[in-house]
Design a protein around this ligand. Sequence first.
Ligand code: ADP
Length: 543
Amino acid sequence: MNGLMMNQQLTLASIVEHAERVNGSAEIVSVTAENPRHRYTYREAFSRSRQLADAMSHWGLQQGDRIATLAWNDYRHFETYYASACSGYVCHTINPRLFPEQLVYIINHAEDRFVFLDPDFLPLVEGLAAQCPTVRGWVVMASESHMPATELPNAICYESLVASGSADFQWPPLDENAACALCYTSGTTGNPKGVLYSHRSTMLHAYATMMPDALAISRADVVLPIVPMFHVNAWGNPYSCPMAGAKLVFPGNKMGDGETLCALINEEKVTLSAGVPTVWLGVLAHLKASGQRVDSLRQIVVGGAACPLSIMEEFDGYGVEARVGWGMTEMSPLGTVNASASQRDSYSDEAFAKIRLKGGRPIFGVQMKIVDDAGEELPWDGESFGSLLVRGPWVCSSYFKLEGSGAHAREAGWFETGDVATIDPDGFMAITDRTKDVIKSGGEWISSIEVENVATDHPKVAEAAVIGHYHPKWSERPLLIVVRGPQGQDLTAEDMLQWFDGKIAKWWTPEAVEFVDELPHTATGKIQKVALREMFKGYTFSS
Ligand code: ADP
């Protein structure tokens, strides 16, 4: 017998309708190139989203068509998120830090119809527009008076576009399983893969992130998402904040600028913020140098990479609780949160120092297990470690246009994260290693394989391997290990580093080069990364 409850679809338009009526006066503050403190209300934001959606409805798009963004965290990006998704299109957020060839690959693979871009990215986009045949127009996110001169074909001014639409636009009814957002991850080898979120998965994830032992977001909060909106939808903040009625503060392109971030925290009375460890190092450095405090801030969420204990302890000194979050693009992204500090009295100092470094407990909705190489489940004893598998309503089942490949699944119905972990009897998960061959620098992926391919193309290189190695500022940086070829006895580290110029993104260039006589191999001839990481365990980067 079925229950007799209404089958209301979980769609993002319901956030708009709720926030307009209930949280309409809550503010959104943004740093933009045009205005260091743009401020307006949710009511105004969603009214403009409706205008934008109305304007877009004349573009002849089909439901499910992809609308891309190359944009910072600000109010225009927020409006575009909702205008596209609530109209039935898919908001495809692109990471502008990728190398132009990857951007072209992603735009073509997604078959983006229109691309919304911040004027900062105009030179980048002008260089690649000719290689993107599916794109019919480029919307420059600027006002008419700030519209830069451009040779882009079919360049559209964002503010003129918004002005041409009506705020009476009504959202079309959508199925909750319809796609709403797309984000590519280069977290695995090969080409970037698209993770296609649905309205339902996004809504459930946003609900879950608001829980007290997760991100704990309420109407009383002022939230500063430093994690980019092009990085897994800023960990759900653009959805959860209007749901809760929390004020949103967007840092624009200042997300790496400790001084601006501290000014935003103090002037806007930010209570909660989220970002990768590198960002928090910048904030702490500014606090130390300036003697400032951040008294309004009660909690930060640190994710995307392991958080050093020093960051947490320094924030303790400012009265700020640092919570570790673990997740991935394929998980919308939140999987676990470590809220142990909220139960500080239950732990001795020694136990607390250990437990707070862990990834935390799964939030309700995410199930996890660890398995050995044979796929056998391992106990939650805090010591056995194995491949971490997850499942849940906001975990991806297949990648976009790779449906049915099952490439990422060791076991049907579970997603293999590529992380190695222990889980203790209380459900605290701790990452101990990674099986995926990638490097995470400042919260962004570097593909080892691509760096290795460029290195081995060098005529004086016999063999090369790249490993991620601890770096105090960026969490990890690539270390290139080279075996010189027969003609390569004079090859220097400088020659090697110069070789990367123009071939890969600058920040993908290895931090250092070390030469060895041979690399460790498996029986099948593959380079043994685990053995290599062991060999360089005690290595420190000089810079
Ligand atoms: P995000 O950075 O938003 O978590 P990505 O898909 O870019 O999402 O990266 C996910 C990967 O980042 C994880 O599989 C894991 O390897 C690493 N990672 C994320 N959070 C943590 C954490 N708290 N501790 C250690 N590694 C983490």
